[in-house]
Design a binder for this molecule. Structure first.
Ligand code: ZN
Length: 152
């Protein structure tokens, strides 16, 4: 194990989202409703990072993110890492990869979309174009920028 200097307090059990691009930590806190768990959340903004220059980090005590949440995280920060902590040790590193399909998480921004009136789950196909992430709705076949879907 390599020695790491943590500038944010270590947690005993929970989840650490590390290597968030600096400036995206607040959006992730909000999108994941990380404060709604009622657990202790520790954040660090603009921390020095060897690989990124600077980064944000979020530590949530007593909460494990599920795969759906990890998918959503990939939309905001595909370069982030998610570590599950037990007894102050990393016991699992979740794979964060931009998924091909995102279902159930976001509503289609198109108010005429069939997904709103029907008892169906939203479904988007994820595409990476240059450094833009775009989502195409399965139902209305419209394509949206990442931000217009995640902030709708
Ligand atoms: Zn749609």
């Amino acid at each position: 194990m390599d020695k790491k200097q943590y500038s944010v307090e270590a947690i005993e059990n929970g989840t650490v989202i590390d290597h968030i691009p600096a400036g995206k930590g607040l959006a992730i806190l909000r999108q994941f409703k990380l404060l709604h768990y009622g657990s202790a959340v520790t954040v660090g903004f603009n921390l020095p990072s060897k690989t990124q220059g600077s980064k944000d980090i979020i530590k949530i005590s007593g909460v494990r993110l599920d795969e759906k949440a990890a998918n959503r995280l990939a939309l905001f920060a595909p370069e982030a890492t998610v570590n599950v902590i037990e007894d102050f040790k990393v016991v699992h590193k979740m794979q964060i990869a931009l998924p091909d399909v995102i279902a159930e998480v976001f509503r289609c921004p198109n108010s005429n979309c069939a997904s709103h009136g029907e008892p169906v789950k939203s479904r988007f196909y994820v595409r990476r174009q240059k450094d833009q992430t775009r989502l195409k709705c399965h139902y209305c076949e419209k394509t949206f920028s990442r931000d217009s879907v995640t902030e709708a």
